[in-house]
Ligand binder design. Structure first.
Ligand code: CMC
Length: 429
């Protein structure tokens, strides 16, 4: 805590509140005692100026376009590491030694299968269900299948729940995909890496051999790294808020998945790809940029803008590179969607409207094209985001549960409805 204090003056009264400094980033005014001392709340819809917790996990500098997991820049982790190493880092706070990595990878790998009875759960869904609808239910159902890791006061159970979640998410996501296309579920293969195994469970069929392409598996792994955590975004805050009541981790993650599904959050990659398809050809880009700028038109450029990044999203750069690598490997030349995306980016980055509002491409701008090239239909995009983000959610949930100052989250409101009035019988209304 710094010695600085912030003074709040309302009318002729003043109060002082402590100012706290983190290791990096803006200071915060600690207003925990505000209501007790002043009888007033703060009002901040959308939490644009509110730090909801103290965290050691992920740091974003939106003006600089920096993203650090436990201090390590995202581009270094994506270039040099793998997803399970990133999981270890997010969960334990340091990069693993060789022995720690081997042990962690083995422990995750040994939890990849799901209880066989869970496959019956899938068949209860309509076969044309959106896979995110399936994921919300299936992940919530883990608490029914794995009771023995739902006691949140037991550190061992917390860690088992964490490993189970990281290990089973790809299996459950692949099962949701297989169910949606009417193919048999594919069991995990523990001789494959995390991303390779996921591709195997999604794209292999019992009728023929499937060979994992290492370049595509590496691209998938990198996509997982890029999406692994993003500090207190909407879905992570949802997980924390759900968890603050003492709810079990699987239920909390299911709540996070429901939140992620929204088009302003994880659903944006699907929306971005749909938009690029709708634009169709490079010559129509100007028309859509004009629509996005028109105040009377609700249209927005999907995959553009971010609440925190007021600079190029650092994940978008790596995503763009990965997109080119995947298309090259698959021999996809002159992809019209990629051409539209690059033209759109070029025009928007030089347009006064986007420059002034600091609207840059975000991670979702190129991820849809990449995921489609990897073979995923658009309704699986947010599911893949959920697979990757699970480790971030559970790391943030663990941090919260292990914080001794943690209390149930309970925001207040500025009430603008009717004041007290007397009930009127229906015959007299
Ligand atoms: N296209 C056109 N104008 C935009 C866009 C856009 N994509 N995004 C923001 N603006 C304008 C907006 O109209 C507003 O203008 P004005 O000040 O004149 O009213 C201004 O920029 C600020 O926008 P905002 O909605 O107040 O900003 P926000 O921080 O509340 O919203 C956002 C952030 C990501 C929801 C928004 O930029 C957006 O809707 N983008 C498209 C959806 C998208 O790509 N979402 C993925 C986010 S990254 C993945 C993730 O973290 O989940």
């Amino acid at each position: 805590m710094s010695d600085n204090k912030a003074t709040l003056t309302v009318g002729d009264k003043s109060w002082e509140f402590p100012v706290q400094s983190g290791s990096i980033g803006p200071d915060v005014i600690d207003i925990g005692a505000l209501y007790k001392e002043t009888g007033m709340f703060t009002y901040d819809p959308g939490f644009t100026s509110t730090a909801s917790c103290q965290s050691d996990i992920t740091y974003i500098d939106g003006d600089e376009g920096t993203l650090l997991y436990r201090g390590y820049p995202i581009d270094q982790l994506a270039e040099k590491g793998d997803f399970l190493e990133t999981c270890y880092l997010l969960l334990y706070g340091h990069l693993p030694t060789k022995a720690e990595k081997l042990d962690f990878d083995t422990r995750v790998t040994r939890h990849t299968m799901v209880h066989e009875q869970m496959s019956k759960f899938y068949t209860g869904y309509r076969r044309d269900s959106h896979p995110m609808a399936v994921m919300v239910g299936i992940v919530g159902a883990l608490s029914a299948f794995y009771h023995d890791s739902t006691d949140i006061s037991d550190p061992h159970q917390r860690m088992v729940a964490t490993l189970r979640l990281v290990a089973k998410m790809p299996t459950m996501a692949a099962m949701a995909y297989k169910y949606s296309i009417g193919q048999p579920f594919v069991y995990p293969r523990n001789d494959l890496g995390y991303a390779g195994n996921f591709l195997h469970m999604c794209f292999s069929v019992p009728a023929e051999e499937y060979k994992v392409n290492p370049i595509l598996a590496r691209a998938m792994d990198r996509i997982f790294i890029l999406h692994a955590d993003h500090e207190q975004n909407a879905s992570t805050s949802t997980v924390r808020l759900a968890g603050s009541s003492g709810a079990n981790p699987f239920g909390c993650i299911a709540a996070g998945i429901a939140c992620l599904w929204g088009p302003a959050h994880g659903g944006a990659n699907e929306a971005a790809l749909n938009m690029l398809h709708e634009i169709g050809t490079v010559d129509r880009v100007e028309e859509y940029v004009a629509k996005a700028k028109d105040k009377d038109d609700p249209f927005r450029l999907m995959g553009f803008g971010h609440r925190v990044y007021k600079n190029y999203d650092p994940r978008a750069r790596i995503m763009q590179k990965t997109c080119h690598e995947v298309l090259n490997e698959l021999g996809i030349e002159n992809d019209p969607t990629l051409e539209v995306a690059m033209e759109l980016e070029k025009i928007a980055l030089n347009d006064q409207y986007f420059v002034e509002k600091k609207l840059y491409p975000n991670i979702d701008f190129y991820s849809g094209i990449t995921l489609r090239a990897l073979g995923f239909p658009a309704d699986m995009f947010t599911v893949l985001f959920a697979v990757a983000r699970s480790v971030g959610w559970i790391a943030q949930w663990k941090e919260m549960v292990e914080d001794p100052s943690q209390r149930i989250g309970r925001p207040r409101q500025l009430f603008t409805g009717a004041t007290q009035r007397d009930y009127v019988n229906i015959s007299e209304r």
